[in-house]
Design a protein around this ligand. Sequence first.
Ligand code: CUA
Length: 375
Amino acid sequence: MSLRRPARLLALAAVGVVLAACGDERQDVFSPEGESADKINQLQVPVFIAAGVVGLLVAIGLVYLIIVGRRRQRTDAEDPVQLHGNFKLEIMWTILPALILAVVAVGTVTTLFDLDAEASDQPAEITVYAQQWWWSYEYELDGNTDNGAEIVTANDLVIPAGVRFELKLESRDVIHSFWAPSLAGTRDVVPGRTHTMLMQADEPGIFEGQCKEFCGLSHANMRLRVVALSDSEWETWLDQQQRDAVVPVDEQALAGRDVFVGRCASCHQVNGLEGADGEPIDVEGEAPLVSGSAPNLTHFMSRGVFISGLYPLYDEDGELNRPVLEQWLRKPDSLLPQAAEERRGMPNLGLSEEEIDQLVAYLSTLGPPPPGAGT
Ligand code: CUA
């Protein structure tokens, strides 16, 4: 009888482990798709196997001793042989673990140095900014940091495949941790410091990731994606991203632009957007294109995800994810809890349905769809 409850718990735990393994495989440290992740995998697999074997042997020994011990208790046998002070045995179980740990240490240190390889000739210097609770990316293309970054974007980190980047990581508020498991390890992103990490995607593709350090109430919603493009797609992307937003021709979109200028442009930057006075609207920030508090939306439509990377911007048919975009404008805290707490994140602006329609029409004009969507 007494075994029933533990047995049930054990079964439940086993089911949990199996179900967890069935989950989405998009963030899988065991399927490396980039150089750094590959090196880490080559270390972790043998270490896991060694740890598993040791764990199994200890568990088997423990169960064996429990069974033998209970049986002996029942038969009222004498005390078992005492091993305390057995020189040979004590030397053995001191040296054996030390040897195993030494082998693991050599592998770990070698891998750590290996992960510090030189970056390739980078076509852009990319700085990753962590914010509560989303990621922005700045691309420095002309080597002149005085004029600000040439491209500022959010959620999707776009890189060309096959290039080893040294990303710079900075935080605007608290400590976050940047993690795209199938491409590289993790790196803490700390306010006031610039950390670096190498990242490379071997082939074009989309690689999911997320913040890995608890950073506040919306930490679990702080997703990211690395989008690796082919060389020609990358060239096109670079060219498009450096353009200013075009003035819409559609009347609904024009009305939306006015709503945007009046309600959204105090936080969101759209490059090339002019205010009622005909002057370009520059949201205050560290660099001309950076708002520092909300994503730059100049090429909003060229991203695959929005709302901190939580929702796809396009549905399976490549159409704009209109219901979610409207809901985001209507009632942001219904999609991203804690979004507007302490004035962080998207506030509820109390927009009318007409304004929402106009805004969606305007946002739809901001940039071309990403490769493979909206076509
Ligand atoms: Cu940012 Cu957790």
